[in-house]
Design a protein around this ligand. Structure first.
Ligand SMILES: NC(=O)c1ccc[n+]([C@@H]2O[C@H](COP(=O)([O-])OP(=O)(O)OC[C@H]3O[C@@H](n4cnc5c(N)ncnc54)[C@H](O)[C@@H]3O)[C@@H](O)[C@H]2O)c1
Length: 313
């Protein structure tokens, strides 16, 4: 039996394909691309294409397309992209009715076949979907996270890099709160290699960049007619790698709060330490009064969606 790590990707669409591509190129382990029976051949075709790509690029991992949960058995990591993406004009919350039954069926498959996996949820509306997956599986809360903060912070970083003209590698940005249009950029944690961002970007420019970051996903939906997938996939892979290699990385993402920041029984974006045990710590930052107010607004809108999910039969 192979002792290689196994990464199962649920949903072989745009993000799923790019996830498989990144996991293969980084040789993180063998990859399973799972989709519904109607898309099984599509998943198999994508898997074969990606396996063949290894002959050109020089990686060698096994990539399997399937619609059978048994093929996901024993996964070390599960990355969940199953669901529909937004179309122009739709909010993430508009996706609830369609994506709740999907996330529940994924939760049931995961519970039966992948009980030991570290789970990264990407499907929208993110904070409510990750909450529902954890609730339905009963998996340990530290083993279930949602990907949003890494992506939202990456978008914020890009806009700041372009505005300042500095290399994007030197921009450190932090965005917290729900993955919605009221996400919370934390300016005290947003720096150019430790130097305050306010020394480089005037307030009106910073406000405009924050506004653009908040609708950063929608900007791409408007242009492409569907959701982004390259940066979302890389962001989830960063979280998966932190777990697989016990990297103790400090990453923002949706984690289960049990009193931290004054919130209980909810998933929302916060900085956390991800290592070999999953979420090893949630970092509580000192927030300004403004940031606290923004987080409260964001938490209220996440809770509103979670309540709709809970009432969905
Ligand atoms: N968290 C984030 O930051 C973020 C960013 C971008 C997109 N998203 C979300 O990620 C999700 C996927 O986006 P995409 O662009 O890859 O969409 P996509 O339509 O390209 O792929 C989704 C795939 O999920 C599959 N699927 C549906 N039901 C399934 C089930 N029960 N089991 C397994 N697979 C199933 C579909 O057949 C499809 O192939 C969407 O909900 C989108 O809104 C989240």
């Amino acid at each position: 039996m192979s002792t290689r790590k196994k990464i199962s990707i649920i949903g072989a669409g745009n993000i799923g394909g790019e996830l498989a591509n990144l996991c293969a190129q980084k040789e993180l382990g063998d990859v399973v691309l799972f989709d519904i029976p109607a898309k099984a051949d599509y998943a198999k075709g994508k898997a074969l294409d990606l396996e063949q790509n290894g002959a050109v690029l020089g990686y060698d991992v096994k990539i399997t397309g399937t619609s059978d949960w048994k093929d996901c058995a024993g996964s070390d990591v599960l990355i969940v992209t199953a669901g529909v993406p937004r179309k122009p004009g739709q909010s993430r919350d508009d996706l609830v009715a369609i994506n709740v039954p999907i996330i529940r069926s994924v939760a049931d498959g995961a519970k039966e076949h992948c009980p030991d996996a570290f789970v990264v949820v990407i499907s929208n509306p993110l904070d409510a979907m990750v909450y529902e997956l954890q609730r339905r599986t009963g998996f340990k809360k530290e083993k279930v996270v949602g990907m949003a903060g890494v992506l939202d912070s990456a978008r914020f970083s890009l806009f700041l890099a372009r505005e300042t003209g500095f290399n994007i590698k030197d921009i450190r940005a932090m965005v917290l709160g729900g993955h919605g249009d009221d996400m919370v950029p934390i300016l005290s944690a947003t720096t150019v290699n430790g130097l305050p961002i306010s020394s480089f970007v005037a307030k009106d420019k910073l406000d405009a960049i924050i506004a653009r970051t908040r609708v950063g996903g929608g900007e791409i939906v408007k242009l492409m007619g569907t959701s982004a997938y390259y940066a979302p996939a890389s962001s989830a892979v960063a979280m998966a790698e932190a777990y697989l290699f016990d990297q103790k990385r400090v990453l923002p993402g949706a984690a289960f709060l049990d009193g931290q920041y004054g919130y209980k029984d909810m998933y929302i974006g916060v900085p956390m330490v991800i290592g070999g045990n999953g979420v090893e710590k949630i970092i509580e930052l000192e927030l300004t009064a403004d940031e606290k107010a923004m987080l409260a607004k964001s938490a209220a809108s996440v809770q509103g969606v979670v309540d709709v999910v809970k009432n969905t039969a």
